[in-house]
Design a binder for this molecule. Structure first.
Ligand code: 2U9
Length: 338
């Protein structure tokens, strides 16, 4: 019997195969219910008492050697064989993995930020949950201003709300640095609006701020013309219409000449030749003072735009909800190199 154990041990040690099926057959032959090792285990009770210890040790060694050999071969072959025991064809072309793409809003956000970076603007970001001071008070919103209403703003408590614009980030920049300040702030903003083709309760903005000695409305106009021509093409013209915002004085809405009809008038621009792209103005002296900047020494301009609106104009998208639905038929049209 001892010889039988020794010879099986040799067989186990010498066994090798590249076929998973043969490994399974070997396992059954050795360790299966009717296998050789199992049979020897059954005969153990017939071994004389004085040999039981030595024989038991050899038998255990044989059993674990067989089990280890099976495990090792299965592990090795599972990397190179299919479950049916066939060899893998390593020369086969790899399966096609479709590449993802950036979201159109990310592409346009980067384009906007790059345009301003090229003329010395830094990028600043800040919290989406803001206190009343940074979102409203510092920006010259009077206590009873309708934007402070729960109908327009998502309040968390009386003092804290989801920011309604990224101007709050620029308030923080002004508090923490001294002019000259040239910064653009991209980010998500939140307004309590019903969702439609033209509005969403979450959207994306880029706002800009330039503060230094002697900054004028002429600087603002030229900066916006540069932006419009970089974004929409060098023939683009801009037009400013007077407007009102609590944080700028004077304030204006900015239009660009319609790229569809080159300003001649068409359905897209409702026959006006122009499309509105953003708002702007000279920073109200009260805002400078609220943020610790001397309005007798410094002046500045600011502007703000919705990234969704710029993207819709640039790519003639007629419904804002497309940006939030993740429909690949929509998204795949905007694959970009960036
Ligand atoms: C500071 C002071 C002033 C940012 C500005 C606008 C005009 C504006 C709208 C465009 C479309 C918001 O996304 S929108 O709905 N924004 O018209 N934003 S001036 O003025 C600032 C910013 C920061 C400290």
């Amino acid at each position: 019997m001892l010889e039988k154990v020794e010879s099986l041990l040799k067989e186990v040690e010498g066994f090798t195969t590249s076929d998973l099926k043969a490994v399974e057959e070997f396992r059954i032959k050795m360790l299966g219910k009717k296998g050789a090792v199992t049979a020897l285990m059954g005969e153990f009770r017939n071994v004389p008492n004085e040999q039981k210890k030595m024989f038991g040790q050899k038998l255990n060694l044989l059993k674990s050697a067989a089990q280890e050999k099976v495990n090792l071969l299965k592990e090795e072959l599972s990397h190179t064989s299919t479950s049916a025991g066939e060899k893998l064809d390593l020369t086969r072309p790899a399966e096609f993995t479709p590449l993802g793409a950036r979201h159109p809003l990310s592409v346009v956000r980067k384009e906007i930020l790059d345009i301003f970076s090229r003329i010395g603007f830094s990028i600043s970001e800040g919290p989406e949950i803001e206190d009343d001071f940074h979102n409203f008070t510092a920006l010259n919103f009077p206590p009873e201003h309708p934007a402070r209403d729960m109908q327009d703003t998502f309040f968390i408590d009386e003092e804290i709300a989801l920011r309604t614009h990224t101007s709050s980030v620029q308030v923080r920049v002004m508090e923490n640095s001294t002019p000259p300040i040239r910064t653009v702030s991209p980010g998500r903003v939140f307004r309590n609006e019903a969702i439609s083709a033209r509005a969403h309760c979450i959207f994306h903005q880029v706002e800009g701020l330039y503060i230094d000695k002697g900054v004028s409305f002429a600087d603002l106009k030229q900066t916006l013309l540069y932006f419009a021509q970089e974004m929409f093409g060098e023939k683009t013209e801009i037009r400013l219409r007077p407007s009102y915002f609590p944080f700028t004085e004077p304030s204006a809405e900015v239009d660009v000449s319609c790229q569809i009809c080159n300003g001649k008038g068409c359905n897209v621009c409702k026959h006006t030749g122009f499309l509105e792209i953003m708002g702007c103005g000279m920073v109200d002296p009260n805002v400078l003072e609220n943020c610790g900047i001397d309005s007798n020494v410094y002046s500045g301009f600011a502007f703000g735009m919705g990234i969704e609106r710029i993207t819709m104009l640039k790519y003639q998208i007629n419904d804002l909800r497309h940006f939030f639905e993740n429909d690949l038929r929509f998204l795949n049209q905007f694959k970009s190199a960036y």
